[in-house]
Design a protein around this ligand. Structure first.
Ligand code: NI
Length: 215
């Protein structure tokens, strides 16, 4: 993984060591939230950080920890991730103010938390990680992830007609993926998202045309 150029020597060393440690926690993660997802979100975040005044060290830490111990896979236990994050960051002597920000990122970056939380953090590093994570849910990667998850859940590919009881993978585009471009915080992410959005629209259009034998 490429490291941002703006880091101090100390941060550079810390980040490399933390990265190696955190990687081990993603070994058994499912493919939508595994280490490869972290790599892609990292690349998205580095792209966004270039056009924002942000602390790249906090952004990178936020990316590394944002899916650690996802409560979805720990019986809804939301305490594990922040505790693990604090323990590791303290062990590597990260400053308390940075730990606080990374914890906010870990707690609030999920789609469900962002919908239910009364007030979301509004520091730029949080917004960048949230954008970078959401970008990985759309476009060609988003399509691949969605069908992969649908396969894991044994969902039907597509159920034409009434959408209200539809658990098909194509329905998921309408329920979530097509909404994401309007939720981006930063201009850089908005720009990337709009291209990825167009790509998904074209995909679904072609999919339905093929379904009906019209393409
Ligand atoms: Ni994620």
């Amino acid at each position: 993984m490429e490291l941002p150029k703006s880091l101090s020597t100390k941060e550079n060393t810390q980040l490399k060591e933390i990265l190696a440690r955190v990687k081990t926690y993603y070994q058994d993660a499912e493919s939508g939230h595994d280490w490869l997802h972290i790599n892609r979100v990292w690349n998205n975040a580095l792209q966004i950080v270039k056009s924002e005044k942000a602390n790249a060290f906090v952004v990178c830490l936020g990316v590394l920890f944002h899916d650690i111990a996802d409560p979805k896979f720990y019986d809804g236990d939301t305490e594990i991730a922040p505790k693990l994050t604090r323990d590791i960051l303290e062990e590597f002597e990260v400053a308390e103010e940075h730990i606080q920000q990374v914890l906010d990122i870990v707690v609030f970056s999920s789609f469900s938390a962002s919908k239910t939380a009364e007030k979301l953090p509004d520091f730029i590093e949080f917004k960048i990680v949230q954008d970078a994570d959401r970008l990985d849910a759309i476009g060609a990667i988003g399509i691949a992830r969605t069908f992969n998850y649908g396969g894991y859940k044994n969902s039907p590919l597509y159920l034409p007609g009434d959408d209200s009881y539809n658990n098909s993978t194509i329905q998921h585009f309408y329920d979530k993926l097509f909404l994401l471009k309007d939720l981006m915080n930063t201009n850089a992410a908005k720009e990337i998202a709009s291209k990825r959005h167009e790509y998904m629209l074209a995909f679904v259009k072609q999919f339905k045309a093929e379904w009906e034998g019209k393409a």
